[in-house]
Write a protein that binds this ligand. Structure first.
Ligand SMILES: Nc1ncnc2c1ncn2[C@@H]1O[C@H](COP(=O)(O)OP(=O)(O)OP(=O)(O)O)[C@@H](O)[C@H]1O
Length: 525
């Protein structure tokens, strides 16, 4: 029941989606009342744009707030709101968290409403998909007022604010165009949303707008927004180890819950960690299950995904990989929070340059003095153990959760290291695999003579290049367009390549090669 069928051909699927979306984006005939969500084509990206202006009666008279104060209550509420008719072996009145098994049972429930049950049965018979989360079929606007306020924008569209009509409570609404991928996202999120560090789902709707079937997911609204925005809004100033330990403890708990259910999130990044607030008591929650996957028995996941900054080598190499992909991403997230820039990036402003790809594949990254000398050796070792190139050598989530950083045991603070480079095997770099250069950041252009303080040549291939110490990393948000493009290519699972126009490309490497090999005049960018 919970096994997935093979994905449809993603190229074919995307082509179809694009055709349909183009069609719908030019069809503006539907009145706002008929179609509160309009899909539009915006710089080649799919986006759900709101054009309904809530009527005055819809602008909520904020009444008694019915706060669902625990994931269990949220879960129970959803179950009671949406469905239940099969006898399930659980006590919904108890305050205990629902076990994954119970959740699964609940997911199988059919609707209490016989008409809906019949309808759902028909839907299931027609569909090749296994639908195992409860959802409403009536219009979402009967229960919620959709606001024009945009909470966030992601790859799959906009996340909007909505208000529950009978309570006035604010929630976040994610609109997904119905597809196998969207159903998997909703289903895996639903399966795990009882965890306190996973964004809770309140309601799911299947509604059709202008003949486009959509899944609408109403989730709890996290006032603190996403962790990347929060981190950047305070100037990307590195967080203390204590704070990073707390974040990893909470998100690690969620990841452990997923991994124990044999689900990999596959898109862990700061943008997908949501914060309840901005203060010390902030609760961190994992959201966006757009790439989550549960492998079939004994089958490792194969489709490439993840944002390049966070992408592990085996993903880039299109090799098989599994939950250890999440461990790599956690290592990248830890690294960024502790210093303010990612371990792997291209200085040329492209998301996935050949140099960056090669450094990821080889595990070449640096712990520059300025930000890393004050970080404890234990924490740097944790990062090394997470950023190992061989997935089976990486820490598991259970091992990460037992580290002093996460348990809160005292850690020996970092101290300034005077040597410019720590060579593999030395105390500061006990990593057997990958090479960690203290004080240097990798770059594509320079080929400095790299020696350690005692004059030994480091075991680094000549092709690996480094940044001069002190050169600042690019801002995380500054290369969004290229990141988006690279993500699309990686997620397609195809060798589809975005080819820039050779006569106008501003890629310096290409310009040089073109000038040298083809005698084509260099384009000045
Ligand atoms: N429940 C929420 N509360 C507050 N903000 C939210 C919530 N859900 C999403 N957001 C904001 O919206 C942004 C995009 O959301 P989300 O990641 O779910 O969309 P997406 O289209 O799947 O994005 P992507 O795939 O690019 O990561 C988040 O980074 C966050 O800033």
């Amino acid at each position: 029941m919970f096994e997935y069928e093979e994905d449809e051909d993603p190229m074919e699927q995307q082509k179809q989606e694009e055709e349909e979306l183009k069609h719908h984006s030019t069809d503006h005939s539907g009145s706002p009342q008929e179609n509160p969500f309009r899909f539009s084509y915006d710089t080649g990206k799919r986006a759900a744009s709101m054009f309904v202006t809530p009527s005055s009666e819809d602008l909520i008279a904020y009444g008694t707030k019915h706060l669902l104060d625990s994931p269990t209550a949220v879960q129970r509420s959803l179950v009671l709101n949406a469905t239940t008719s099969l006898n399930i072996d659980c006590d919904l009145s108890s305050d205990e968290d629902l076990s994954p098994t119970t959740q699964r049972k609940i997911c199988f429930c059919a609707s209490q409403n016989p008409a809906e049950t019949q309808e759902q049965g028909l839907r299931q018979a027609k569909s090749t998909l296994t639908v195992s989360f409860p959802y409403h079929q009536h219009q979402i606007t009967e229960d919620y007022t959709i606001s024009a306020e945009i909470i966030g924008i992601g790859e799959s569209g906009k996340v909007m604010a909505c208000y529950k009509k009978n309570t006035g409570e604010k929630f976040a609404l994610k609109v997904l165009r119905d597809s196998q991928k969207a159903r998997r996202e909703v289903e895996l999120h639903w399966l795990t949303n009882a965890h306190e560090n996973v964004v809770s789902i309140l309601d799911i709707y299947e509604n059709t707008f202008d003949n486009v079937k959509c899944l609408l997911m109403v989730v709890e609204f996290l006032e603190g927004g996403d962790l990347l925005s929060q981190f950047e809004s305070q100037g990307s100033v590195p967080y203390s180890e204590k704070k990073v330990g707390e974040i990893i403890r909470q998100i690690g708990n969620a990841v452990m819950y997923l991994h124990d259910m044999n689900i990999a999130h596959r898109d862990i990044k700061l943008e997908n960690i949501l914060c309840s607030g901005t203060g010390d008591n902030c609760v961190y929650k994992l959201g966006d299950y757009g790439f989550a996957k549960r492998p079939e028995r004994n089958v490792l996941m194969e489709s490439p995904c993840c944002t390049p900054f966070y992408a592990p080598p085996e993903v880039l190499g299109r090799e098989r990989y599994d939950k250890s992909c999440d461990m790599w991403s956690l290592g990248v997230a830890m690294y960024i929070l502790l210093c303010g820039y990612p371990p792997f990036y291209s200085m040329k402003g492209v998301a996935l340059s050949p140099g960056m790809r090669s450094r990821i594949a080889n595990g070449y990254y640096a712990f520059p003095h300025e930000e890393w000398d004050c970080v404890s050796k234990d924490t740097k070792d944790d990062i090394r153990c997470l950023l190992r190139t061989n997935p089976s050598d990486r820490l598991t989530i259970h091992e990460l959760m037992a580290t002093p950083l996460v348990t809160g045991e005292p850690i020996v603070p970092g101290k300034h290291v005077t040597t410019a480079i720590a060579i593999p095997g030395s105390d500061e770099s006990s990593e057997s695999e990958g090479t960690i250069f203290e004080g240097f950041i990798a770059e594509e252009e320079e080929i400095p003579e790299i020696t350690d303080t005692v004059g030994e040549i480091l075991p680094v291939p000549k092709s690996v290049r480094f940044l001069r110490d002190g050169v600042k990393a690019p801002r995380l948000h500054s290369i969004q367009e290229e990141v988006g493009r690279a993500m699309e290519i990686m997620r397609m699972g195809h060798d589809q390549v975005y080819v820039k126009n050779p006569t106008s490309s501003c890629n310096n490497l290409f310009a040089r090669r073109r000038a040298i090999h083809l005698s084509i005049p260099r384009v000045h960018c």
